[in-house]
Design a protein around this ligand. Structure first.
Ligand code: B4P
Length: 190
């Protein structure tokens, strides 16, 4: 299986690039952000809990995310590979993902770390906020999301460096150029 983790700060283009990767490689897509937004829309128990965290720009607790992910992963049993978009976001999530994949006889193939300057991230998210209707795309929440990213998520890069899976990707410039760098990284492990 070709399992790709797409990683980066909020607004770094994980969702945008995932769509192109799916088209090119025929992978299944698991976006924890999308799953959580759908749970919120349907006002499920998980959605109600997640809403409080997301609106404050905080991460949803690991246990809830890991249980949610295990269920989604089981629904993709016959897949030729998965792109994990927005997951893992903490070390415990990365450890849980490794265990879940190993139990299914597979592992992460590559982790793509999108590198984007902070000013550009804020600009993109404010721009998206004008049309997305997302309650977390406002300046105050964006700032706390970036703070949470630096404290809880960025240290995860080292986890994948140690696993020998980490590839830094220049995430500034045109969407097509960035996708070109991503294809090089995926083709090297496929
Ligand atoms: P996510 O849904 O994962 O979203 P994101 O980090 O905000 O955005 P992404 O990087 O996908 O940006 P996009 O491509 O859309 O998370 C939302 C929240 O859910 C989190 O804050 C957290 O609370 C919760 N959550 C999710 N997963 C979790 C987990 N595992 N554990 C705990 N909590 C979790 O790009 C952004 C914008 O930039 C778009 O408008 C796009 O058009 C634009 N753009 C993209 N590439 C561009 C480029 N090259 N140039 C110019 N603009 C570009």
């Amino acid at each position: 299986m070709l399992n790709v983790v797409i990683f980066g700060a909020p607004g770094s283009g994980k969702g945008t690039q995932s769509e192109l990767i799916i088209k090119e490689y025929g992978l299944d897509h698991i976006s924890t952000g999308d799953v959580l937004r759908s749970e919120m829309k349907n006002e499920t128990e998980l959605g109600k809990i997640a809403k409080d965290f997301i609106e404050k720009g905080q991460l949803v607790p690991d246990e809830l995310i890991v249980n949610m992910l295990a269920k989604v992963l089981d629904s993709k049993k016959d897949s030729k590979g998965v792109i994990f978009d927005g997951f893992p976001r903490t070390i415990p999530q990365a450890e849980a993902l490794k265990k879940m994949l190993n139990e299914r006889g597979t592992d992460v193939s590559v982790m793509l770390n999108l590198q984007v300057d902070e000013d550009e991230l804020i600009k993109r998210l404010l721009e998206r906020g004008k049309v997305s209707g997302r309650s977390d795309d406002n300046l105050e929440t964006i700032k706390s999301r970036l703070d949470v990213y630096h404290k809880q998520t960025a240290p995860l890069a080292d986890f994948y460096v140690k696993e020998g899976k980490h590839v830094a990707i220049k995430g500034m410039g045109s969407i097509e150029d960035i996708f070109g760098y991503i294809k090089e990284a995926i083709n090297a492990v496929k």
